[in-house]
Design a protein around this ligand. Structure first.
Ligand code: ADP
Length: 404
């Protein structure tokens, strides 16, 4: 059992800067939780407070209901894997993996058995007598995982463990870590700045910004139910298009002004929009790239500044006056080229409305309402997702459509 709870956690540095502000997280036993956010948002600070490498300025931190604030790092039953691998260069891989047990004065035979078992799990058997310098980045990262595993910790903490690897290896290591998590059945807390890594690995994701926890949710809920504009733009690739525009009210009907047209919003959104009582209201209109389609005879017409043919999809880019870019994704069979007029459709059901002042999300796609408790339990699906460098969303959306 390893339930991790953070209650009102703050990190206030000596210069008064608040690196983490009122972080509240309840992580379940065996859960894989990812802390994600832009650089400097407080992810490492939070992880380091859990590890005991950084003191907690305010708030309470528990593992299995035992308060840990003043427990020394070595007594927290936690193992941490660092981005830098932190291997001892003069020791062999065997010695590196077994080091923690040697320090605990465990007998040689037990250490040997344990190291061999771990080497088998991590496919390091052939490399045990080498030194770290003789290994590739991916192999070194596996040794770093092995060093953490040997201690049989209650909680694994991983701080950007894949950032030193090249893109291809990173994708491979993602699925290895997900598989390892399933096998070890232990709580994992994983820090990354990469939203695709977060989406493809986490059971739940805690998104931080400027030291605050903005939303803690399943990958799909973050994608379909973002709390605000920040989450909507941070999660998903390409980034959601968010356009400042006018919401027009005519009786009980609502319209948005976009691409030179006044487009009706579906009835399903009316309830969300009742707060907008004026005839014209400033709002932020959100639409993801996949909600556009080629539609001959459509009144909505655009002229792309740039078009990218990716093989399976085609991306069209529109440059707005303020230099922001609107991205639309089309099926590769759609006749899309730059600098000619293209008629397009927008799936208005799947659009978002954000309040202009608070940037809070007021209206979500209605198709997402049944997803609120959905998490990716199925490992084979998760593996399929982590194999792909594209966001898993494409696949999951298809899965969702199949079910419905
Ligand atoms: P990240 O999300 O990139 O892991 P960190 O948790 O490392 O961010 O840092 C969060 C914020 O705290 C950053 O703005 C960083 O500059 C600041 N910070 C980190 N360490 C200190 C320190 N010792 N004193 C003051 N500010 C710090």
């Amino acid at each position: 059992m390893a339930k991790v709870k953070l209650e009102g956690i703050y990190k206030i540095y000596e210069n008064g800067f608040e690196g983490a502000k009122d972080i509240n997280l309840e992580i379940n036993d065996k859960e894989f939780v990812v802390l994600v956010g832009p650089s400097g948002c407080g992810k490492s600070t939070t992880l380091r407070m859990i590890a005991g490498l950084e003191s907690i300025s305010k708030g309470d931190f528990y593992i299995d209901d035992v308060r840990m604030n003043n427990i020394s790092p070595k007594d927290r039953d936690i193992a941490m894997v660092f981005q830098s691998y932190a291997l001892y260069p003069h020791m062999t891989i065997r010695e590196n993996i077994g080091f923690a047990l040697k320090m605990q004065k465990v007998d040689k035979k037990t250490i040997e058995g344990k190291v061999n078992e771990i080497a088998k799990t991590l496919k390091l058997e052939e490399l045990l007598d080498r030194k770290p310098a003789q290994l590739s980045g991916g192999q070194r990262q596996r040794v770093a995982l092995g060093r953490a595993m040997v201690r049989n910790p209650k909680v694994f903490l991983l701080d950007e463990p894949l950032s030193n690897l090249d893109a291809k290896l990173r994708v491979e290591m993602r699925s290895e870590i997900v598989r390892l998590h399933k096998k070890l059945a232990t709580t994992f807390i994983y820090v990354t700045h990469d939203q695709i890594e977060a989406m493809t690995m986490g059971d739940r994701i805690a998104v931080l910004n400027k030291g605050e926890l903005i939303q803690f949710d399943s990958p799909l809920n973050l994608y379909y139910h973002p709390k605000n504009r920040f989450i909507a733009e941070f999660i998903g690739s390409p980034k959601m298009n968010v356009i400042e525009t006018n919401l027009h009210r005519d009786g009980s009907n609502y319209y948005v002004d976009i691409f030179g047209q006044r487009l009706a919003l579906p009835i399903s959104k009316t309830k969300d929009l009742l707060r907008y009582t004026n005839q014209n209201n400033k709002i932020l209109f959100g639409v993801r790239s996949e909600e556009f389609s080629y539609k001959a005879n459509s009144n909505i017409k655009v002229k792309f500044d740039n078009v990218e043919y990716m093989g399976s999809d085609t991306y069209g880019y529109l440059l707005k006056e303020n230099n922001e870019v609107i991205v639309m994704r089309f099926d590769s069979s759609a006749p899309i080229s730059s600098n000619i007029v293209i008629p397009i459709g927008i799936n208005m059901e799947n659009t978002y409305i954000f309040d202009c002042q608070t940037e809070e999300c007021i209206s979500f796609p209605k198709k997402s309402s049944g997803l609120s408790n959905l998490s990716i339990e199925n490992l084979s699906l998760k593996e399929e997702l982590v194999k792909s460098d594209k966001s898993k969303i494409t696949i999951e959306t298809k899965e969702y459509q199949k079910v419905n």
